[in-house]
Design a protein around this ligand. Structure first.
Ligand SMILES: O=C(O)CCC(=O)C(=O)O
Ligand SMILES: [Fe+2]
Length: 216
């Protein structure tokens, strides 16, 4: 069975944190086609390319310094409460903190496993159960496709201001397409531990996720 931990960190965030993030998305959103497979993909056979949208880590670092401060400080400490061990912020700005964006009517995200031991998500938008944008995570680690994940999964409904921690290395997961009218924005933060350090990140993962040409 999959499990996760949530903290409501609304009171820890600066005034206008959500509009600040939305403005950075508006100015810096970059779309590209993700073409499975990769060693981290759990897409079954014959999945077409998926349109994905992000704000790159280097932009987050420049434009949203308060998120970087929380990532290295208060959120990392909450991660230590979750993991009950030392939690280490990544040093590489390409993937330490990125914004994942899903517009209404767009694609679902890729079904995948993580390589970092601690995923930390700050939801910048909230989505009701009937509005899509849920994070579906397989309870069965043998799941190899969206259909298999959907067959037996835990579902996290994004709630604005909630910080979610989990270990996504074994349980395949994906974000469903957004069907309601609100663009889904999440601050995705990667942490490491002494047992699973940043140096273990697959060398080809960033080229796969962020590397090839922008579309649209
Ligand atoms: O946006 C989400 O809820 C999940 C994101 C995710 O799985 C990831 O960034 O690896
Ligand atoms: Fe993930």
């Amino acid at each position: 069975m999959f499990g996760w931990t949530t903290f409501d960190v609304t009171s820890q965030l600066p005034d206008r944190w959500d509009t600040d993030i939305a403005e950075v998305v508006r100015k810096n959103q970059s779309d590209r086609l993700l073409t499975p497979p990769h060693s981290t993909s759990r897409e079954g056979n014959g999945t077409p390319a998926l349109c994905t949208s992000t704000v790159r880590g280097s932009v987050v670092w420049e434009e949203l310094p308060w998120i970087v401060d929380l990532y290295r400080g208060r959120f990392r400490e909450l991660g230590e409460r979750f993991a009950r061990r030392k939690v280490i912020a990544a040093t590489d700005r390409r993937y330490a903190v990125v914004l994942n964006v899903q517009d209404p009517g767009g694609d679902r995200s890729e079904c995948h496993v993580d390589t970092n031991p601690i995923a930390c998500l700050l939801y910048a938008t909230g989505h009701m159960p009937e509005a899509g944008g849920e994070l579906a995570i397989a309870n069965d680690v043998r799941s190899r496709s969206v259909a298999e994940v959907d067959h037996d999964c835990s579902v996290i409904y994004p709630q604005k201001g909630h910080l979610v921690f989990f270990d996504g290395r074994s349980h395949p997961h994906y974000v469903r397409a957004v069907t309601g009218g609100v663009t889904r924005i999440v601050v995705a933060m990667n942490y490491y531990t002494e047992e699973c350090p940043e140096s273990m990140r697959p060398a080809d993962l960033d080229a796969y996720l962020y590397g090839s040409p922008v579309v649209g």
